[in-house]
Design a protein around this ligand. Structure first.
Ligand code: EPU
Length: 417
């Protein structure tokens, strides 16, 4: 078990380089299964979610080479065997193997995926897509046995623009017979990255980034390489940190457009930042204004930035409101922020943050990935020392967070307990 200790109140200056996007890479890796030849994926972050996917690939016999931040995967000759529950439950993205194996072999046996405990997170839309394409599914105690004599293109109407269901519908249909149309598809930038990769392999997919994605099935996918887009959630997290503590902090290797909604809200909150082509310079502002935020699918305000933003809202002068519309249980950070001195009340899906409050260091817990990021930010601004338990959640999604923060002047260290 790991925990971190932060001595708060240090000003931060220098450069933070943003890594490849977790939520892109965790989908790009399983796409290797669909390919009939070798693939190369660049800009892979060193985070534990990638290790879990690596374990699945090795389990089914894929050949993997690692070269700095590049993965070369040859999954042309694997064993399509049942993936054990203890591996699939390590992360949400394990179920991208469900659709990739089904798409390639018309057969898969796998368990319900894992992921942060932030809501019920059912997979009904993914299963609906598989059925629409002609698969039959037997569900027994969390295990799914999915079979199709053949997969045939179909119209798939998603009930909500689910990222996971959109990716799974694409993977299951990319080698199907005929045309598939996904209506109400997710529009997150990670979907564009994934579609770019498949199209480089020879897939015929149009409409990524819009609510309607059209896929003409193909029967062979050739070797291709792809560079992951930068992690927009990591970028947003560091911009928020900068807004609280920076003296000319440069956050680079980003696509500013991917965090436009966050930037709009930060501007409203009076944060001092300037946007350049692929970097942002941010300075701390002592006069932060309260704001009202509601999470939405892209291009709306990202749910994954909601908890990091809450730490900033405790420092705004006045009452802010934040409404979470995507997940039912994504306010676990509030208990710990209040323990540190904030004044936040939860009312169903909305929290009311009364600021500005002085935060003081104490012992807190990272209950999930983004709650953990929130606690790191709170620790950085708090008076005294903050100890954050269960930091493994944070290490699932933020590459070298301790080193990156130390490099710009934070006092933060990891402890094994
Ligand atoms: N939903 C259903 N049924 C489904 C699918 C989704 O009811 O079949 C609901 C979910 O319960 C949720 C909403 O729809 O309330 C949106 O879920 P979505 O499927 O879009 O989320 P996801 O694919 O499971 C990905 C990211 C999350 C991110 C969301 C939303 C990955 C591996 N995970 O999850 O990332 O919050 O999209 O943008 O890409 C994180 O990085 O901290 C994280 C949780």
């Amino acid at each position: 078990m790991k925990r971190i200790k932060i001595e708060g109140g240090k000003n931060l200056t220098g450069t933070v380089k943003i890594s490849g996007a977790k939520n892109s890479v965790v989908a790009l890796i399983p796409a290797a299964i669909l390919c009939d030849e070798k693939v190369e994926i660049h800009n892979i972050p060193n985070i534990s979610d990638i290790d879990a996917l690596d374990e699945i690939l090795r389990f089914i016999g894929a050949k993997i080479e690692k070269n700095n931040d590049t993965l070369i995967i040859d999954a042309s000759d694997i064993n399509n065997i049942e993936i054990p529950e203890n591996i699939s439950k390590k992360l949400r993205a394990s179920y991208y193997f469900m659709s990739a194996l089904l798409g390639k072999y018309k057969k898969v046996d796998m368990y319900f995926p894992g992921g942060c405990n932030i809501g019920k997170r059912p997979i009904d839309q993914t299963l609906k897509a598989f059925r629409a394409l002609g698969a039959t599914i037997i569900e027994d105690n969390n295990k799914y046995s999915i079979r199709a004599e053949k997969l045939v293109g179909a119209e798939i109407n998603l009930d909500m623009p689910s990222v996971g269901a959109t990716v799974n519908a694409i993977y299951a249909s990319v080698r199907a017979e005929g045309t598939t149309v996904i209506n109400n598809a997710a529009r997150e930038p990670e979907i564009n990255n994934i579609v770019e990769f498949l199209n480089k392999m020879g897939a015929k997919i149009e409409g990524a980034g819009t609510g309607t994605i059209k896929i003409e099935g193909v029967n062979y996918l050739k070797s291709a390489s792809i560079v992951s887009i930068p992690d927009r959630i990591e970028a947003g997290t560091y911009v928020i940190i900068g807004a609280l503590l920076a003296e000319n902090l440069r956050i680079e290797n980003i696509i500013p457009e991917h965090i436009q909604t966050l930037l709009d809200k930060l501007e409203e909150a009076n944060v001092d930042f300037k946007v350049y082509n692929n970097y942002i310079i941010v300075n701390k502002s002592n006069n932060l204004k309260p704001i009202t935020v509601e999470t939405k699918g892209y291009p709306g305000f990202a749910t994954d930035l909601q908890q990091p933003l809450t730490a900033l809202l405790t420092q705004c002068d006045g009452v802010s409101y934040l409404t979470e519309t995507i997940y039912e249980n994504r306010f676990k950070n509030v208990e710990y922020l209040n323990k540190m001195g904030s004044n936040i009340t939860i009312n169903d899906r909305t929290i009311k943050i009364e600021g500005k409050t002085l935060l003081h260091g104490c012992e807190v817990t990272a209950t999930d990935l983004r709650a953990g990021a929130c606690m790191v930010i709170a620790g950085l601004i708090a008076e005294g020392t903050t100890t954050i338990n269960e930091i493994n959640h944070v290490l699932r999604g933020y590459e070298n967070i301790i080193q990156k923060l130390t490099l710009v002047g934070a006092k933060i260290e990891e402890e094994e307990i």
